[in-house]
Every structure is written in C-alpha cells, then in structure tokens.
Design a protein around this ligand. Structure first.
Ligand code: FES
Length: 233
C-alpha cells in the first residue's frame, strides 16, 4: 500500500468513526466541564433568576407600601361618615381656637360633645351620662356656678376633666378620640396608659384639632377616679 493509499484509508476510518465518538464524548463534555458554554448559560440564568426574584420582592414591597399609604390617605380624605356629622370627624380648626385652659367647656351640638381644654390637653366628652336612667341615656349639663358637669336625672357629677365625683354613674365621662393634625398627618391622638386616658399634646397653635365622633373611649371606672367622694345608688 502506498502512502497516499494509507492516508485515504485513515481518512475513511475517521469519517466512519467520527459521529459515534461525538455521541459518546460530547454529552460528557457539556455536563462535566464547568467552563463549558453550557455551564456558563446555567450560571447566567441563576444570576438572572436572583435578580428577578429581588426585583419582584422590591416591587411587591413598594406596591404594598403604596397601597397602605393610599388607603390611609383615602380614609383621611374620604372617611366613612361625612365630616362634621355625628359619627364622623369634626374639624375644629387651629389649636388657637380652643377655649383657654381651665375655662368653661364649649358645647358642640352637632357632634354631641363638650370640648374642654385642660392642663393635660384637649378633651371631647360625649354628652351622654355614663349612667342609664331606666332605658334612657340622659344628657348631662355644665353647671358654671359649681364648675362641674351634673346629670339632671339622678345627680351624677363629674369634674371639668371628666372625672367621676359622685352619684350612680359607673364610670367617668366617655370621650371621643381627639387627633392632632399637622400637614395632613395625624401626629398625636388620644391614647391609653395603664390606668389613664391620655390627651394628645398640642405641638403648636397652628396644629389642627380633629374630634373623631366615630371612636368612643369609655371613661375609667369610678373607683379609679382621683375625685371619688362616695357612691349613692
Ligand atoms: S342618668 Fe345620669 S346619673 Fe342617672
């Protein structure tokens, strides 16, 4: 056999064996070699998936915050009850319109509350006695000569701060939540401490006073009153 014949023979063998070798070897190369084109594509997908995952988390958080803020703004701007109607919010204007501290309370007929300004902050007392006369809830009144609230039905008495003094009432006066608003944001509102109802502080005379007649805060039991004199049922 000549050299040329020998080369042709080798070329023929190579052509005959080539496809079979490729089938056996190529899969091993793609699966096992980390630097292969195939591994590179997988790493790229992993990075892309992580980025997409973080993007979804971030977008979801942003959407939840946006919805929450939108809901709060909507509830503030469009409350369930119309403004200045009983059951809704009463916008009383700037804190400078509050009665002077310690002065007689102001009746708000539509809102059914007495507005009081005390050393501890403004309060809005629901104008119904906390004692029920038969089946009826009775409106109490302010007695300027004695500087206290008195119920005309069976004589319960309460101080300017709403504390129970005497009579059959089971608790001090109920009150509506007060909110202090600055720049359309509620910055303080009536809160509960362990054994007290805490009026919101007023940060400035421009702060707006809002009384929420949809939120009633029950007075504390008469036994918790600092002015308790006695009980006559
Ligand atoms: S109804 Fe007010 S004290 Fe009885």
């Amino acid at each position: 056999m000549t050299v040329q014949q020998c080369l042709r023979q080798q070329e023929a063998w190579s052509k005959a064996r080539g496809p079979a070798d490729a089938e056996q070897i190529a899969p091993l190369d793609r699966a096992s070699f980390p630097g292969s084109h195939s591994a590179g594509i997988n790493a790229g997908n992993g990075g892309k998936n992580r980025r997409e995952f973080l993007t979804y988390i971030w977008a979801g958080t942003l959407a939840a915050m946006t919805v929450g803020t939108g809901l709060a703004a909507y509830q503030f701007l469009y409350p369930r009850r119309p403004a200045n109607e009983f059951g809704g919010r009463f916008f009383l204007g700037a804190a400078s319109n509050l009665p002077p501290v310690g002065s007689d309370p102001k009746a708000n007929v539509d809102g059914r509350f007495w507005l009081v300004n005390t050393e501890d902050g403004p309060r809005a007392f629901y104008n119904l006695c906390t004692h029920k006369w038969g089946d009826m809830w009775i409106k109490y009144r302010w007695d300027p000569t004695r500087a206290r609230f008195e119920c005309p039905a069976c004589g319960a008495k309460f101080s300017l701060q709403g504390h129970y003094i005497e009579g059959p009432a089971p608790r001090s006066l109920d009150q509506f939540m007060i909110e202090i608003v600055t720049g359309r944001k509620v910055v303080a509102k009536t809160m509960f401490a362990e054994d007290a109802i805490v009026s919101p502080g007023v940060p400035s005379s421009e702060a707006e006073i809002v009384v929420d007649t949809g939120t009633i805060i029950e007075g504390l039991p008469r036994t918790a009153s600092p002015l308790l004199k006695g009980y006559r049922g």
